[in-house]
Design a protein around this ligand. Structure first.
Ligand code: ITT
Length: 199
């Protein structure tokens, strides 16, 4: 069975990607499983650059095909912020997901509603010798000011899917994994994996 290393330190992403890929016939590895511990500085100017930086570093360290996800929340009223900086969007040192949600709501308070937004995810798959493929997924929605639901991670409790009337954090994992930005990107990445196998 071919192996694919998940190049991430975010346990929420690991859980989701494991579930989305469970029937791929690929052995999914985590950095902890193979004893690789890397903190990659996200110095890129795009999701694709950051995803490639992460996947390349893990592929080289683990000598195994690696898949990284760079993702973010883009809020229209904030001109697409926090976007690339979603994981670092708070002035507080050591900020938690809850701190980042509170800071986002503070930034939005003076803006007219609805606070339309989308989650975006770019996946990079990189082989140990540097061959690289990308895939992308987007999920539109709206930011709401009260938190709802306990599932997921990050901005999920304040990200509403207007058609369902539920936040991402109110969805069971298997539903989030049908329609999220990550689900879409990971599914698109499956085709790219077959391109590596042919080479
Ligand atoms: P790795 O780089 O180790 O993968 P990270 O959390 O730093 O983990 P990113 O740099 O891609 O990952 O930052 C993405 C941030 O965007 C994440 O920390 C959340 O704040 C937010 N985000 C991404 N996907 C999300 C989702 O499905 N639900 C809620 N928030 C999400």
């Amino acid at each position: 069975m071919s192996k694919l290393l998940l190049a991430t330190n975010n346990p929420g992403k690991v859980e989701e990607i494991m579930e989305i890929t469970h029937d791929w016939g690929v052995e999914i590895l985590t950095p902890a499983q193979i004893g690789v511990h890397l903190e990659i500085k996200e110095t890129g100017h795009t999701y694709a650059e950051n995803a490639a930086l992460k996947a390349r570093a893990f592929a080289q360290a683990g000598r195994v095909l690696s898949m990284a996800d760079d993702s973010g929340l883009e809020v229209d009223a904030l001109d697409g912020k926090p976007g690339l900086y979603s994981a670092r969007f708070s002035p507080l040192p050591g900020a938690s997901d809850a701190d980042r949600r509170a800071y986002l709501l503070e930034q939005l308070r003076s803006h007219a509603r609805p606070w339309t937004a989308c989650f975006r995810c770019v996946i990079a798959i990189v082989s140990p010798d540097g061959e690289t493929r990308f895939a992308e997924g987007v999920c539109p929605g709206e930011i709401i000011s009260e938190e709802r639901g306990d599932n997921g991670f990050g901005y999920d409790p304040i990200f509403l899917l207007p058609d369902l009337g539920l936040t991402m954090a109110q969805l069971p994992m298997e539903v989030k994994n049908q329609l999220s930005h990550r689900a879409r990107a990971v599914r698109a990445a499956r085709q790219k994996l077959t391109e590596f196998r042919r080479n």
